[in-house]
Design a protein around this ligand. Sequence first.
Ligand code: ATR
Length: 273
Amino acid sequence: MDVYGLIGNPVGHSLSPPMHEAGYERCGLDARYVTFEPAEDEGAQAVRSAAHLGVNGLNVTIPFKQDVLDAVEPDPLAARIGAVNTVDFGTDPPTGYNTDAVGVVRALEHHDISISGRAVVVGAGGAGRAAAFGLADRGVAVDIANRTVEKATALAEEVTEAEAVAGTATGQGLEDMAALLADADLLINATSVGMEEDRSPVPAEALHGDLAVLDAVYAPLETRLLRDAAAAGAETIDGAWMLLYQGVEAFERWTGESAPVEAMNEALRSGLE
Ligand code: ATR
């Protein structure tokens, strides 16, 4: 039997176990997916221990995504982002991937949205980094808007200066979203705004019908931003798609099989209801 899992602290409410196990079942794989909660300073050690125990693959979540870099060889994208959310123990040393970044791109592709033109990424934390690098890696011009301007400009500089990244990036505050979005094709919310309260990080009047809007928030699925975007005639993609495709990409890295996206999506969404 193959063993996959998730390390994070806390991991109690994760929907990754039912999502991945639905995939194993559909593919007839003899595998299990379990959660582990190491102490906050033991992320890298947990990855080394998992390798010794013969674990096949691990997802990594908060607060360990940077720490585990000490225990893996990151692929070029994960190295640029400086964060790993998926470890494959099929190599020595284990390989670290950032499927959050690829997940953003694949969630958009699932909806037949062209990965080109201009994207506005709101947020410059972990999710914003993954989205900005994932899109710039595919040649998209990324404008990063963040409450703390310095974090947006610093991230934009990193993206622009990264070797082998086709796209460029700019950084700014949240003040002039209408001007920023006027000629944008994509809008990604990578902040937590919309999770606790029914609020949007972007004024409704800045949205328009030529946008595709992806919200990383998945609880609730129907955020204020997505409601405003739909009212403006934009295409909307909820946060479960990002969660799904980071998992799909991990599944495929680990098993070498094409993931049963529908079965995994069904399991994920029934857990989110
Ligand atoms: P994650 O890993 O999910 O991205 P994070 O690293 O804590 O989490 O980043 C949270 C993001 O949401 C940041 O971009 C943060 O803006 P700051 O860098 O200015 O802190 C943004 N954010 C959180 N609360 C916000 C709010 N009320 N308004 C605007 N942005 C907010």
